[in-house]
Each structure stands twice: as C-alpha cells, then as structure tokens.
Design a binder for this molecule. Structure first.
Ligand code: NAD
Ligand code: GLY
Length: 396
C-alpha cells in the first residue's frame, strides 16, 4: 500500500480544503466527495474528455456510485480550443438537464483545460456549486487544480473570462501520469521548475534531483517504473502543491497592488515571454509549459544582464530546464513579432509589462518593464531561445 500525502489549502476568509495525493488516489474520490459535500448532496456530474474518460472514467464513476451518488458524465472536446464560452454553455445546459441543485457537485477529471472549464461552469451555475478537482496531467496536479482560478478563453486571448472558485477538494493520482504523453510531462516539469525557481531552493533542488533520476531511467518509461518511484513522485507533487497552497492562502486574488516576493504574481515567472511565444505561433507549436520553459530562461537572462542574478544561478536554471525534456525549436521565430507581443502582455499594469525576475533560485523580484532597457530584453530573448533549440525539432 502506497502512502497517501495530504496538503491543506487555507485561502484567507474562505473554507479550507485538502489535496490528497497518492498512487491509487482515484479510489478515494467517492470517499472524499462524501466527506466534503453536504450530507444531502445527491447528484454529481463528472466533466472530462473522451481520452481521459476512456482511461479513468469508469473507475471514478464506480467509486462515486459506491459512495451513494447519482452520477452522470459529460465529455468536452479535447484541447485548448474547446476551453470557451460555447463549451461552458453546453456544460451548463447539461447540469440543468441533470437537475443539479445547489448542494450537488461537479467533478473535473482531466488536465487543466477540463479543470478550468468545469470549474468555471461550476462557479456560475446557480451562482456557484461545489466542485472537486481530479487532475490527470502533471501541470494540472501541481498548478492548475490548486488555487481556484477557473476560466475560459475568448477570441481576444486566453483565460479572459473567469472566476475565482475554490474546489472542495483535490484528488491527485500519480498513476494517471503513466499514460501521459512525454511532451505533456515536459510541460508539467517546466511549471514545477518554475515553482521551485520562484519559491524555494529546496523545492527547486527536490525537483532537479527527481528529474536527474528520471533521466537516468529514461529507457524504462513504464508503468512499473512510475510505480517504483510512486512515493517519491507523490512527495514531490505534495511539496509543489504545498508551495502553491501557501501563495494562494496569502494572495488568493492576485492583488495587482502587490509586488512582493510572496505575491501570487510571482507564479507568472516565465509567462511574459511564454504568452508571446504561444501567441505568435498561434498556440500550435508549444504546449504552454514548454513555452514557460523558454520564458523562464528569458526572464533569468534579463535578471542576469541587470546584475541581479548570478551567472551560476542562470546556468542551474538552464540545466534544469534541459532536464525537463526537449523543447520545440524557437530560434527561428520572428524576433520583432515576439517583442511586440511581449509589449502587449495582458498582465501589464498601467501600460507597462510587469516582469517576474529572479534575484536567486528561490527568490523572485517583480520589476516594471519601464526599468529594463529594450536592448536587454532583445539580447535576453536571443540568448534564451538559442539555448534549447539545439536539436531543431519542431513540436506539433
Ligand atoms: P490539457 O488539459 O490540454 O491536457 C493535455 C493533454 O493531455 C490533453 O490532450 C488531454 O486530453 C491529455 N491528458 C490529460 N490527462 C491525461 C492522462 N492521464 N493520460 C493521457 N492523456 C491525458 O493541458 P494541461 O497542460 O493539463 O492544462 C493546460 C491548461 O491549464 C491551460 O488551459 C491553462 O490555461 C490552464 N492552467 C490553469 C491554471 C489555473 O490556475 N487555473 C494554471 C496553469 C494552467
Ligand atoms: N498558475 C498561476 C496561478 O495560479 O496563479
């Protein structure tokens, strides 16, 4: 029996909730739902997509039924392009058809796309009903399922419509990662490196050590191997969730006035350049986490050029991003288009980009774009995009 790890999230002024992490945690979804929902909760809609549901849906549905719930499931299309208002409207119509009541619930079973969409639908249905996150990608397990950001995309950009709606619980089964495509793992690892880089050297080192061992086992990417390191993986995911939980507890709404090293904004490390990389390639070349891999390097190159970050720290970050896996090529992209896109970052404040930079591994500093000479950004971009483009392979 593998150990179950637990992390509490305590957003100020809101109900606390628990994250349960373990190799076979999917078997706990029914128990967790029974424990966290109101005693008279009867119906649950499981929102997922066809791929994830075909792998894990039957077990989750069986477990929820055994806990006494009346279960229906609703499947959305796969991929970011389905994370929109039209899909949310369809989900809401399904909730109505199932006659979900205020105390009933939604279970989001899937990656960040499913979690964001299902969470958003749960946030607005009857002005908010409970939902549980059952994330099945690494990125969703360490980041997207924790913290209550839910959203859909519009034609104008990603996550432009959304709500803060905390889940009642998060159930993380590391076993689900055994079916995840390698690129999705790389994307998740980049976000894990990000959290270590801005949060704590210890978390960064724990992530780096896990990745080194992972690369040593590269040829044996099998279920058996994943299980062999299940406790270590669960421990690392718990440490990642615990870091995110602390940030969320203190700054749930990402207060725009905050610029300190513990504000939620620091989680945007690497995202200014990442959003630009994704936008100019029309979201087709990079998985979001892969773009964050490059984005972190851009921010760290800027930090080093401003004299804020030691060269050895920049090198540690470079090495760690390499350990996360191969990134799609980026050194062929139009530099001017990238710089234009960076300048129009949606997280700007008062018309200026707010860069999340690094003072050292484990400590971020938020700096207004006004204070960074354009030449520095240009050179940093060039250096960072060349750094991981060695194999010239394009993602698809
Ligand atoms: P995703 O949800 O698109 O999942 C990636 C792919 O993996 C999909 O094709 C999915 O069907 C498949 N998949 C999922 N689980 C699987 C499994 N166990 N086995 C096999 N295939 C599986 O991508 P993602 O990286 O999980 O999430 C990205 C989304 O998360 C973006 O929309 C982003 O905006 C959002 N996000 C939200 C937050 C937040 O705080 N709410 C934070 C970070 C990212
Ligand atoms: N992923 C960034 C945040 O949750 O704030």
């Amino acid at each position: 029996m593998k150990q179950m790890q637990r992390v509490s999230v305590r957003p100020r002024g809101r109900e606390n909730y628990e994250i349960e992490i373990g190799a076979n945690a999917l078997d706990s979804v029914g128990r967790v739902a029974r424990h966290t929902l109101a005693p008279h909760a009867r119906r649950i809609v499981v929102v997922s997509n066809a791929r994830v549901f075909s792998l894990y849906g039957a077990g989750v549905v069986r477990d929820l039924r055994a806990a006494g719930f009346n279960i229906s499931h609703w499947l959305m299309g796969e991929g970011e392009r389905h994370k929109n208002l039209r899909t949310a409207e369809r989900a809401l119509a399904f909730f109505s058809a199932c006659k979900l009541e205020r105390t009933d619930a939604v279970v989001a079973l899937g990656g960040g796309v499913v979690g964001d969409l299902a969470g958003f639908a749960a946030a607005v249905y009857l002005r908010g009903i409970p939902f549980l996150q059952v994330p099945t990608t690494l990125l969703a397990q360490i980041d997207a399922s924790v913290g209550g950001k839910t959203a859909v995309n519009t034609r104008d950009g990603k996550n432009l419509i959304g709500a803060f709606h905390q889940p009642r619980a998060v159930v993380i089964s590391t076993e689900t990662l055994s079916t995840l495509p390698p690129r999705e793992l790389t994307a998740g690892w980049c976000e894990a490196i990000k959290q270590g880089a801005v949060g704590s050297r210890r978390l960064f080192e724990q992530t780096r050590r896990f990745l080194i061992a992972e690369r040593m086992n590269e040829t044996a990417r099998s279920l058996e191997r994943t299980h062999g390191r299940a406790d270590e993986l669960a421990g690392l995911i718990a440490a990642q969730c615990s870091f995110k939980a602390k940030i969320v507890a203190d700054d749930e709404r990402e207060d725009v006035g905050r610029t300190d090293a513990r504000s939620r904004r620091i989680l945007n490390f690497g995202h200014t350049a990442a959003h630009a990389l994704e936008a100019i390639t029309r979201y087709r070349r990079f998985r979001h986490g892969e773009a964050v891999g490059y984005g972190m390097l851009v921010a760290a190159e800027i930090s080093q050029r401003l004299g804020m970050l030691d060269a050895s720290e920049l090198e540690s970050l470079r090495v760690c991003v390499r350990l996360a896996g191969r990134l799609p090529r980026a050194d062929d992209l139009d530099e001017r288009a990238l710089l234009r896109s960076i300048a129009s970052d949606k997280k700007s404040v008062g018309g200026h980009v707010r860069w999340v930079l690094l003072e050292r591994i484990g400590r971020a500093r938020i700096v207004s774009g006004e204070q960074i000479p354009p030449r520095v950004v240009r050179c940093a971009l060039r250096a960072a995009l060349a750094a991981n483009s060695g194999d010239k392979s394009e993602g698809n």
